[in-house]
Ligand binder design. Structure first.
Ligand code: ADP
Ligand code: MG
Length: 493
């Protein structure tokens, strides 16, 4: 195979940081090339140089053997390189089709816009990608997965040869990630060359042909993913093999609220820890490390084979979620659409499900008090909906999530379990949800949050437990100061 692109001896410094030092990176035509490295390794910087967002200090870029100069994003696009940055660039107020054709109808002197053609062309690209959604949809109404697909459609429309995707999977649900992999396979078969950035190892093996590892701004290795085994890859990413701690018993400095001892089932092994009153405890680990399963076991959704659970020092048994709910434990599950909410029921009905008894005397339900409580929650959590009677399904992801949180607040839950709380939620609503979590903990309730987003972990959590292959292997009390170590432990155990 021939190299379609070569980046040779590329260096780039920012004030105080050598972000890239003599990095070599090449792409073979038609391959999916994964770029991996810990946070700050230089992945985005390298790709931003290719995209014309940053200019390199040194080095050269060859496209199909010819030296090229990339100084601006339009230079990059004119050379057939399309970059989908981590923060998507779509304009929320426009339709998906309008976004796909944005560059075209805003050209100076463009004048006449053929809307019908824009929609038809967009539909063609969508069906090529196997997407059934209508390109007429306003972007703000689209799911994260559909937005990602629209960015890809935009890239295809611009007649590019190389598509760079910078951590495309972070905001996607697991179904959406699978769909993305299908589309990448399809693009590959049509001759596109793809750069896929991620720090999730299982994704690389699922989607990639070759991999390049960067560490501290330096090129470490490029190899076929068929040749390189996971432990070796981890070694290249972290630069060291890490001692595994045998068993970790971890406790909070705050007054204990929850104590879990020796929780074990088919997915988790001998997990012990405590959570303090008003503490936010983070669970971090790769997909399959047991984070979700631990939350489900605490909530009584999955059975445990052995282990004990104490609340306020009292031993409790939680054979099913209804016991958990009665004890004041609420779960905000990973899969909002299928587990957390009923999309046909109204906001009010969704939020009141666990609290019906407390608003009822015999068969009389006090609707007035319910509505007052709901109104209060809508205001407090800034839930955007035209009324409390509209179906849950009409709300954006962020607002649905807030209704699910409202449900547990109305029920006076003392322990909230959050599983990937901001997956597929836009940035603004993310921050609001972080603030809500902090407020809940400030009022003395405890939170356990499973997440795969390191930034989220650092922003929100007081303390972090790393899970690996079903076990808690490490505790960090100051997550923000230990970002790289947290990631390394999560990846390599
Ligand atoms: P990665 O994408 O692998 O996580 P980045 O390329 O974003 O890494 O960052 C590499 C290094 O360069 C980091 O130390 C980061 O802080 C630094 N860096 C990246 N962009 C900038 C910038 N615009 N200004 C200053 N430093 C930057
Ligand atoms: Mg990056």
């Amino acid at each position: 195979m021939s190299n379609i692109l070569e980046m040779k001896d590329v260096s780039k410094s920012f004030p105080g940081v050598k972000a890239l030092q003599n990095v070599n990176f090449s792409l073979e035509k038609g391959e999916v090339h994964c770029l991996i490295g810990a946070n700050g390794a230089g992945k985005s910087t390298l790709m931003k140089i290719l995209a014309g967002v940053y200019t390199k200090d040194e080095g050269e870029i060859l496209l199909e053997g010819k030296n090229v100069s990339i100084k601006t994003p339009s230079d990059s696009m004119a050379l057939g390189i399309s970059t989908i940055h981590q923060e998507l660039s779509l304009i929320e107020e426009l339709s998906l089709a309008e976004n796909i054709f944005l560059g075209d109808y805003l050209k100076p002197g463009g004048g006449f816009i053929n809307w019908r053609k824009i929609n038809e062309e967009s539909k063609k690209i969508f069906s090529l990608l196997g997407i059934s959604a209508s390109p007429n949809l306003q972007t703000s109404e689209a799911s994260m997965g559909l937005k990602q697909m629209t960015e890809i459609a935009k890239a295809i429309k611009s007649e590019c040869k190389i598509i760079v995707m910078d951590e495309p999977s972070t905001a996607l649900s697991s179904d959406e990630v699978l769909k993305l992999f299908d589309v990448i396979e399809l693009l590959k078969n049509q001759g596109y060359t793809i750069v896929y950035i991620s720090h999730k190892l299982d994704e690389l093996y699922a989607v990639g042909d070759r991999v390049t590892v960067l560490r501290n701004g330096k090129w470490i290795i490029t190899d076929s993913l068929k040749n390189i085994k996971q432990p070796e890859l981890i070694y290249h990413i972290t630069g060291r093999s890490i001692e595994k701690e045998e068993k970790v018993h971890v406790t909070s400095t705050k007054e204990e609220f929850l104590r879990v001892e020796g929780f074990t089932n088919t997915k988790i092994k001998d997990v012990s820890f405590t959570v303090g009153k008003g503490e936010i405890l983070g669970l971090y680990g790769l997909v399959g490390s047991g984070r979700t399963e631990l939350l489900r076991a605490i909530y009584g959704a999955d059975a445990i084979q052995s282990g004990k659970l104490y609340m306020n020092g009292e031993k409790k048994s939680i054979p099913s979620p209804s016991f958990a709910v009665d004890l004041g434990i609420g779960l905000v599950p990973e899969n909002r659409k299928t587990e957390g909410a009923n999309l046909e029921l109204s906001i009010l009905e969704n939020a009141m499900l666990p609290s019906l008894h407390s608003f009822s005397k015999g068969s009389f339900v006090n609707q007035k008090d319910m509505k007052i409580a709901m109104k209060d929650a809508i205001q407090k959590l800034n839930i955007k909906a035209s009324s409390m009677h509209v179906p849950m399904g009409t709300l954006s992801g962020g607002n649905q999530q807030k209704v699910i949180i409202a449900k547990w607040l109305i029920h006076n839950s003392k322990l909230l379990l959050f599983d990937e709380p901001t997956q597929g939620i836009d940035i603004g609503a993310k921050d609001e949800i972080y603030n809500i979590m902090k407020e809940i903990s400030g009022q003395g309730s405890s939170i356990i949050m499973a997440t795969s987003e390191i930034e989220e972990l650092i922003t929100v959590c007081d303390r972090v437990l790393i899970m690996f292959e079903g076990k808690v292997i490490k505790e960090f009390t100051r997550p923000a100061e230990n970002k790289n170590d947290i990631m390394n432990f999560a990846v390599s155990g």
